[in-house]
Design a protein around this ligand. Structure first.
Ligand code: DSN
Length: 416
C-alpha cells in the first residue's frame, strides 16, 4: 500500500494499526472472521468504479461486459454451494437483505414472527427499534425459560395466535441448531412464508457442519462475511417461484447499484467455501466451539443451554458477579476480543447485560485447535477472576500476542 502511504499517511497508519490489532489479538466476536488475501484483492479491485443497476442482460447502464459475467459466476457458485434454485447476490448486507424479503412478501402493518432480540434473534427480525418492528406488526417467540432452547410448541401456538405472514427462523446468539423441518410445519399450518436468516451459520452449512435450511425454507438470507468468510455483503437464496419478487425487492425495491467489487469477492469466497479445505475448517469451527465450551464449563462458567452445537456460545456471568460490559472491556485489554450480550430473560439492561457472546470462526481461520481453546478458556477465567489486576491483564496481552504470532491469520501473513 505504498501509494496510500504517499497520499494519505493518516489513513494508511490507521489501517496498519488495525492489521496489527487483528494479528495480535484473539478475536472471539462470533460474527467476525478473517478473509483470504484473494477475497481482499477482489474487494479492493477496480470493480468498485462501476455502476450496474439491474441484473445481467437487463442493466440501466452500459459497459457491463465484465460485470455481468462476474455476477453470473457469483450467482451460480452460491446456488451450487447451497443447492438453491435462485440466488440474489446484490444485498449490501444482512439488514437490507432481510428488508428486501419483507418488501417482496408483505405490506406495512402485516404480521411477522421472529425470535426475540434478547433471546438471540436479530434486530431485523422485528425489534421495535428497527424498521422491521416499526413498519410491520412484529411478534416474537422466546426461548424456554427452563432449558434456554427453542420450544416448538410455544412457537406453534404463537403462530396460531398471531397468524403471521412471515415466520423467521435463524439467530445471532443462539448456540444450538434450529429444527428447520418443524419451522416448515408451523409455517404451513398458518400459511406463512418461512424465512431463515442463516447469517451466523452459513459457513457451517456450506462446509457440511450444520443442517441446511435451504430445502425447508421459502427464502434464506445470509451475510457473506461471518462464518462464510467472504466480504462484507449478503445474499438471498430462494425457490424459483419467488425469484422475480426477490430480485424486484432488492432492486429497485430498496437498493440502487450493487457493489460489484463485493460481488466479485463473494464469487471468490464461494469458490473457497466449496473446497475440501473449507469443509475441514467448518468441522473444526464446531469442534473448537465444543472444546472452548468444555474449558469454560470446567472453570465454572454458566453457558446458556449448557453448551454449543454451532460456532458460538453465550456466557451468563451472573454467578461470577460481573456485568457483561465490564468483562468484555477487561478481556479486550488482555487481548481477547468479545462482545457483551443479553442472555435470555436478562434482568440487566441491554447496554450492560449479564453476558458475553463468543465464537470460534475467526480463531479457527488462523489455525487454532482444541489445545488453544483450552488455553483461551483458562485465560478468560484468570482475567475475570481478578478483573482489576492490571499487571495480569498486561502480562496476558503479551502472552496472547506471542501465541498469535505463531498462527498467522489469513490476509495478515505479512505481519510479524
Ligand atoms: N452484528 C451481527 C452480529 O454480531 O451478530 C449481526 O448482524
Amino acid at each position: 500500500m505504498q501509494e496510500l502511504l504517499a497520499s494519505d499517511q493518516e489513513i494508511y497508519n490507521l489501517i496498519k494499526q488495525e492489521e496489527q490489532r487483528q494479528a495480535d489479538k484473539i478475536r472471539l466476536i462470533a460474527s467476525e472472521n478473517y478473509v483470504s488475501l484473494p477475497v481482499l484483492q477482489a474487494t479492493g479491485s477496480v470493480l468498485t468504479n462501476k455502476y450496474s443497476e439491474g441484473y445481467a442482460g437487463r442493466r440501466y447502464y452500459e459497459g457491463q461486459q465484465v460485470i455481468d459475467l462476474v455476477e453470473n459466476i457469483a450467482i451460480q457458485r452460491a446456488k451450487d454451494l447451497f443447492g438453491a434454485e435462485h440466488a440474489n447476490v446484490q444485498p449490501y448486507s444482512g439488514s437490507p437483505a432481510n428488508l428486501a424479503v419483507y418488501l417482496a412478501f408483505i405490506k406495512p402493518g402485516d404480521t411477522i414472527l421472529g425470535m426475540a432480540l434478547p433471546h438471540g434473534g436479530h434486530l431485523t427480525h422485528g425489534s421495535p427499534v428497527s424498521i422491521s418492528g416499526k413498519y410491520f406488526h412484529a411478534c416474537s417467540y422466546a426461548l424456554d425459560p427452563e432449558t434456554g432452547l427453542l420450544n416448538y410448541d410455544t412457537i406453534r401456538q404463537t403462530a396460531i395466535d398471531n397468524q403471521p405472514k412471515i415466520i423467521i427462523a435463524g439467530h445471532s446468539a443462539y448456540p444450538r441448531i434450529p429444527d428447520f423441518a418443524k419451522f416448515r410445519e408451523i409455517a404451513d399450518e398458518v400459511g406463512a412464508i418461512l424465512m431463515v436468516d442463516m447469517a451466523h451459520f452459513a459457513g457451517l452449512v456450506a462446509g457440511g457442519a450444520h443442517p441446511s435450511p435451504v430445502l425447508h425454507a421459502d427464502v434464506v438470507t445470509t451475510t457473506t462475511h461471518k462464518s462464510l468468510r467472504g466480504p462484507r455483503g449478503a445474499m438471498i437464496l430462494c425457490k424459483a417461484q419467488h425469484a422475480a419478487a426477490i430480485d424486484k425487492a432488492v432492486f429497485p425495491g430498496i437498493q440502487g447499484g450493487p457493489h460489484d467489487n463485493t460481488t466479485a469477492a463473494i464469487a471468490v469466497a464461494m469458490k473457497e467455501a466449496a473446497s475440501d479445505e473449507f469443509k475441514s475448517y467448518a468441522v473444526q469451527v464446531v469442534q473448537n466451539a465444543r472444546s472452548l465450551a468444555d474449558s469454560l464449563l470446567a472453570n465454572n462458567f454458566n453457558l446458556v443451554t449448557g453448551g454449543t452445537d454451532n460456532h458460538l456460545m453465550l456466557i451468563d456471568l451472573t454467578n461470577k458477579g460481573i456485568g457483561g460490559k465490564r468483562a468484555a472491556k477487561a478481556l479486550d485489554k488482555a487481548g481477547i476480543v468479545t462482545n457483551y450480550n443479553a442472555v435470555p430473560f436478562d434482568k440487566r439492561k441491554p447496554t450492560d447485560p449479564s453476558g458475553i457472546r463468543i465464537g470460534t470462526s475467526a480463531v479457527t481461520s488462523r489455525g487454532f485447535k482444541e489445545q488453544e481453546m483450552v488455553y483461551i478458556g483458562e485465560k478468560i477465567n484468570r482475567i475475570l477472576a481478578d478483573i482489576d489486576n492490571n499487571e495480569l491483564i498486561e502480562q496476558t496481552a503479551a502472552e496472547i500476542k506471542e501465541l498469535c504470532s505463531r498462527f498467522p491469520a489469513p490476509g495478515l501473513e505479512h505481519i510479524s
